[in-house]
Ligand binder design. Structure first.
Ligand SMILES: Nc1ncnc2c1ncn2[C@@H]1O[C@H](COP(=O)(O)OP(=O)(O)OP(=O)(O)O)[C@@H](O)[C@H]1O
Ligand SMILES: [Mg+2]
Length: 260
């Protein structure tokens, strides 16, 4: 089957004053249709760079990034992007922030309202639809950003450490919510995180571990855990085994022999 997203031999270099810095060194990776793929790795290994290329916000120096077998030439409504810094418009209410993407896509007003409403309910912000971002907590702002991406109904969600700034409890709640919507709607998700537990808990079948200097795929670790990913699953010996394997691949990269 054709992969939904395909990175083929992707290289990204930056020209610095007197050297060339290789941010990504020949990365090849396929994300299957409807897969929830998680990517974990040390700071600076090129995770955001990779995601930005799939989003069409950055071009590779060499190699190809394909979505549905077509080269990515820029951002598009088929791909929703959620950044760590939730970029909400402070002067717009939750509802109008969520409607924003649909407005750009010239969706007619009644449909816009209905889709925004549904997305706001989905992330549990129904009571705050008319609130301004400054009155929301960090977790609520992030849920608003997620609702905005959902409202456009993209086939692909690209998420760059979306829960990184949140407290542990909110983080687990949003993870559960994200898994529930994913299992209902079966989108393709590429999810970047620093958190090994989060990477294992969310991955539908694989965690990609990257390494730095130069940025590359270091290991791909299989995840075969049952759904729903309940607390029992998170505390199971199998979860712990996979978590330890990912942890080892991330934090002992020089010692690990697993090749991607
Ligand atoms: N415009 C740029 N010019 C030069 N170097 C850059 C530029 N953008 C990114 N880099 C370098 O590319 C490398 C990869 O950056 P990237 O942001 O993708 O890392 P990351 O894995 O997302 O890190 P983090 O976990 O800290 O978010 C880093 O070493 C960074 O310094
Ligand atoms: Mg990053």
């Amino acid at each position: 089957m054709t992969p939904k997203i395909s990175f083929r031999d992707v290289v990204k270099t930056y020209e610095l004053k007197d050297t060339t810095f290789t941010a990504l060194d020949h990365v090849s990776l396929d994300v299957a249709d409807r897969e929830f793929l998680t990517v974990v790795g040390p700071s600076g290994c090129g995770k955001s760079t990779l995601l930005s290329m799939a989003a069409g916000l950055l071009e590779p120096s060499a190699g190809q990034v394909l979505v549905d077998d077509a080269p990515v030439t820029g951002p598009g409504p088929d791909r929703g992007v959620i950044f760590q810094q939730y970029a909400l418009f402070p002067w717009l209410t939750v509802r109008h922030n969520v409607e924003f993407g649909l407005r750009i896509a010239s969706t007619p007003a009644p449909e816009r309202r209905e889709r925004a409403e549904r997305a706001i309910e989905l992330v549990g912000l129904g009571d705050f639809a008319d609130a301004l971002p400054k009155t929301l907590s960090g977790g609520m702002k992030q849920r608003c950003a997620i609702a905005r991406a959902y409202a456009v109904n993209p086939q692909v969600m690209l998420m760059d450490e979306p829960f990184g700034a949140l407290d542990a409890l909110t983080r687990v709640q949003l993870q559960d919510q994200l898994l529930t919507t994913w299992s209902q709607e079966q989108r393709t998700v590429m999810f970047i995180t620093h958190d090994v537990d989060e990477a294992v808990c969310l991955a539908s079948r694989r965690v990609v571990v990257m390494a730095a200097r130069p940025g590359r795929v270091h290991a791909v670790i299989d995840v075969d855990l049952p759904y729903p990913r309940t607390e029992d699953v998170r505390l199971s010996p199998e979860f712990t085994r996979i978590r330890n394997e990912v942890w080892h691949a991330v934090y002992h990269q020089n010692l690990t022999t697993t090749a991607a």
